[in-house]
Design a protein around this ligand. Structure first.
Ligand code: CS2
Ligand code: MG
Length: 405
């Protein structure tokens, strides 16, 4: 029997950090949850959903996931862009959640079933200087992680994105009415990083998977130099070397180095990945299941990537909510060319509001076997934590010019 959507509601909450969640309810009384969080621009997606998407979802058949995706993507003249794609992603996640609950199956079963027992995950280790970073790597290994993203401070700079002075956890966006401004120096970074990562490799031994994120701050030539310099470190990947808006330039980086490249946490459609994948300019696709149009679309990107032996490694910082992390773990369990899932972790309060069936143990994640995505949102608790303005920092070069992220 055909069910229909009776309501779609947006919930904005800040249990430890800001999240935007979408709740879709059907006439049959089934609810599904999606994640619409776009770090630092949360309210734009909330409005896009509330004002333009939720009203036209009412009355639709929740079982028609693909058709709803097409309706919200192709049916709207103004397609693409992170706000639109995050909104579509939230709807898509919620509809997969509903389909799972209706059929009594965890979503990974609906995607064809598990192709692996559990999914490899990595988290972040940071240290302002190298000794602190080595301690952080040791402490992270003690938590079971077999893959670790390592970032350090840079001599001469007062702050570096993603690295806290005390080596503790960081939140990508700082609370406040505007972005904090940092000073950035790419030359100083390039002088420091190869040696620092070589020390991490010497300390950790050959087996630990090491990852590093350059956060789009290099020119192609700098990226080529860094990739080459890091070859002896044997990285699992070097992430976001250039902004990659001009993808042709990555040919030059590829020609210069065999260090694996991961790109794409800011890309949200298969069309933005097309050249990266079909020219094998990257080894790993970094899109988030929420930002890139949900399970329906990220699965399609993964299928294209599979043809070119490029693997899926979804974005999973703390600003991708536990609902999207659930979506990524279901997809990861069922996708042959899935490689690794970022799991940065969340503030305790976040876990209390988003109660999830997915689990972390021994360096791996598993989505659990609850029907749907397996995340319940404690709405009463969420209501106690209203949105607080928070922004990602911006970076300027020493002469004051704004630099790429
Ligand atoms: C980072 C993120 O996880 C990553 O790879 O690049 O911390 C990213 O900066 C934030 O998610 C931006 O919102
Ligand atoms: Mg990144």
């Amino acid at each position: 029997m055909t069910d229909r959507i009776v309501s779609a509601e947006v919930l904005v909450t800040s249990p430890g950090r800001n999240f935007v969640a979408l709740k879709i309810t059907t006439a049959g009384g089934v609810t599904g949850w999606g994640d619409a969080t776009l770090n630092g621009r949360e309210l734009a997606v909330a409005s896009y959903l509330r004002d333009h998407v939720c009203p036209i979802l009412v009355g639709r058949d929740p079982a028609r996931i693909e058709d709803t995706w097409q309706y919200l993507y192709r049916g709207v003249y103004w397609r693409r862009g992170p706000v639109t794609m995050a909104a579509i992603g939230a709807v898509d996640l919620a509809l997969w959640d509903i389909k799972g609950k209706v059929t009594g199956q965890p979503v990974y079963q609906l995607l064809g079933g598990a192709v692996r027992e559990r999914i490899l995950s990595y988290t972040h280790a940071t240290g302002w200087d190298v000794p602190a970073l080595l301690d952080a790597v040791d402490a992270t290994r003690e938590r079971g992680f077999q893959a670790i993203r390592v970032q350090t401070g840079v001599p001469g700079l007062e702050s570096v994105y993603g690295v806290t002075p005390d080596g503790g956890t960081y939140e990508p966006a700082g609370r406040g009415t505007g972005p904090v401004e940092e000073v950035w120096d790419t030359d100083a970074y390039l002088r420091h990083v190869p040696g620092a990562l070589a020390e991490v490799r010497a300390h950790a031994g050959p087996e630990l998977a090491l990852l590093h994120d350059a956060h789009h701050r290099l020119t192609p030539n700098q990226a080529a130099r860094l990739g080459k310099a890091l070859e002896p470190v044997d990285l699992f990947w070097l992430e976001d070397v250039t902004p990659a808006e001009n993808q042709d330039v990555l040919r030059r980086v590829r020609a210069a180095t065999t260090t694996p490249l991961a790109i794409g946490e800011v890309f949200t459609t298969i069309w933005e990945f097309q050249q990266l994948i079909t020219e094998q300019l990257i080894d790993f696709v970094r899109a988030a299941v929420s930002h890139a149009g949900g399970i329906t679309h990220l699965r399609r990107i993964a299928a294209l990537a599979e043809v070119w032996q490029v693997r899926l490694a979804p974005h999973g910082p703390s600003d991708v909510s536990p609902v999207a992390l659930a979506g990524a773990t279901h997809l990861g369990l069922a996708t042959p060319n899935f490689a690794i899932q970022e799991y940065m972790g969340y503030p305790d309060l976040t876990h209390e509001v988003f109660r999830h069936a997915w689990t972390y143990a021994d360096g791996h994640l598993h989505p659990g076997d609850a029907p749907g995505l397996g995340v319940d949102v404690d709405e009463a608790l969420a209501a106690r934590f209203p949105y607080e303005p928070a922004y990602l920092p911006v970076a300027r070069r020493r002469d004051g010019t704004l630099t790429d992220w």
